[in-house]
Structure formats: C-alpha cells, structure tokens
Design a protein around this ligand. Structure first.
Ligand SMILES: Nc1nc2c(ncn2[C@@H]2O[C@H](COP(=O)(O)OP(=O)(O)OP(=O)(O)O)[C@@H](O)[C@H]2O)c(=O)[nH]1
Length: 213
C-alpha cells in the first residue's frame, strides 16, 4: 500500500477528539488539552501484526463550520472518525450532519469509511444519547460503523475504533491496487481486451442506430 493512511477526526467542541487521538497514539489520558486549530500526527502503528503508516488530523470543533478547511482535506482523506459525546445529544446531531456532509462532498467514486463514535461512555449517569446495541456495532453497507468509547477509562475501546477503520481502509486500498494491476497487466489482444473493445464498438453501433431512428 502506497503512502500513509489519512484519517480525519471531526466532531463538536469538547466531545473529546484530542483525548481520543492522544489516547490512541500514546495510551495516556490527560484531563486538559490545549485546543489548537488543527493538529496532524504522523505515526507507524501495528495493526494485525503489520506496520501501517498513518496521518491523523484532529480538527478543532470550533473550526467545524469553516468548511473550507475540511474541504481542502477531502481530496486526500481515506477515512474519518466522527466523535460525539454520549452526554451531549446536540453533539450527536452535529456528528450526523458531518457524516451526511462528508458523504455529499466526496467525489462520485470515492468511498470514505467512517466510524461514528460516542465518547465519554464512562459517564453513564449523564448519558443523553441512547446506548448503541452491541450487535449494531458493525460495518454497515453504506460504509460506516457506530460504536462507543471512553478516552478517560481505557485504551482498548479507542484502539478498536482506529484499528477497525485502518483495516477497512487497507482492504479498500488493496482491492483498488489489485484492480489496477490486473488491468495494466492484461496483455494486448487478451480475451478481456477483445471483449472490452467489442463492447465499445457495439455501443457506438447502437448509439448510431438509435440516433437515426
Ligand atoms: N469523563 C470523560 N471526559 C472526557 C473524555 N474524553 C475527554 N474528556 C474531557 O472532555 C474535555 C474536552 O476534551 P478534548 O479532547 O479537549 O475535546 P475536543 O473535542 O478535542 O475539543 P475541541 O478541541 O475544543 O474541539 C476535556 O476536559 C477532557 O478531559 C472521556 O472519555 N470521559
């Protein structure tokens, strides 16, 4: 797989995006974080015993409506983690809007795997977003999954979020590379090329026929 995997982390202010990213990269939780505009971390991480090079960009919640920042990013993004807080219903609504926005903004053939993650699930007593059923926490057909985590309580729930996403992105990238390789290695005059050429000629023929009718 060529180049690093680019992951964008988005969500409302204060939902714990930085806490989630820092927990994933360092295994540590600090209760206060400075909130710069945008930070990109580059690391090699071990997923399924393979070294994977990743770039994670943590976009400050206050920049969420400055869509140009995210739009600039969109042409190179491979996947996104969209964070809400289980204690803040409005952050869930915003997360859904962000997901819809990403789906709308992506190029026609682009697939952006996304994990919608409810952080702060250690604050069960303050929960305002209903818990995700365990059996619903899988990839859905339109390319996203929903799960919960707690940056303050443990690393495992967060590792799962990023590893699931990295796996999904790697699968997608490998499939694309294989597809390209297959095409570029097809010898001239192979049955595949001949069929493609016949199909092209045939479509010209049908177009001409239709236009004269
Ligand atoms: N209880 C609890 N608090 C958390 C958790 N994750 C983050 N916090 C707290 O939530 C507050 C906001 O966390 P940040 O990581 O700065 O949130 P953010 O989404 O990056 O915020 P912006 O950079 O302003 O967009 C901090 O006080 C964190 O300590 C969590 O899992 N549980």
């Amino acid at each position: 797989m060529k180049g690093p995997i680019n992951i964008l982390v988005l969500g409302k202010e204060g939902v714990g995006k930085t806490a989630v990213v820092v927990r994933f990269l360092t295994g540590r939780y600090l209760s206060e974080y400075a909130s710069p505009e945008e930070v990109t971390y580059e690391r090699n991480v071990l997923v399924d015993e393979k070294q994977v090079s990743i770039k994670i960009t943590d976009v400050a919640g206050k920049n969420l409506d400055r869509k140009s920042t995210t739009r600039d990013w969109l042409h190179k993004v491979d996947g996104a983690v969209i964070v809400y807080s289980v204690t803040d219903r409005n952050s869930f609504d915003i997360a859904e809007v962000v997901m819809d926005w990403l789906k709308k903004e992506k190029k026609p053939n682009q697939v952006i795997p996304m994990v919608l993650v409810g952080n702060k699930c250690d604050l069960e007593h303050s929960r305002t977003v209903p818990k995700q059923p365990q059996d619903g926490q899988e990839w859905r057909t339109d390319g996203y999954m929903v799960t919960e985590c707690s940056a303050s309580a443990n690393t495992e729930s967060i590792r799962r979020v990023f590893h699931e996403l990295i796996r999904k992105i790697s699968e997608k990238k490998d499939a694309t590379t294989k597809g390209h390789r297959k095409l570029s290695h097809a010898p001239v005059g192979s049955p595949k090329l001949i069929r493609a050429s016949l199909r092209r000629r045939f479509s010209v023929f049908t177009r001409e026929r239709t236009s004269t009718m």
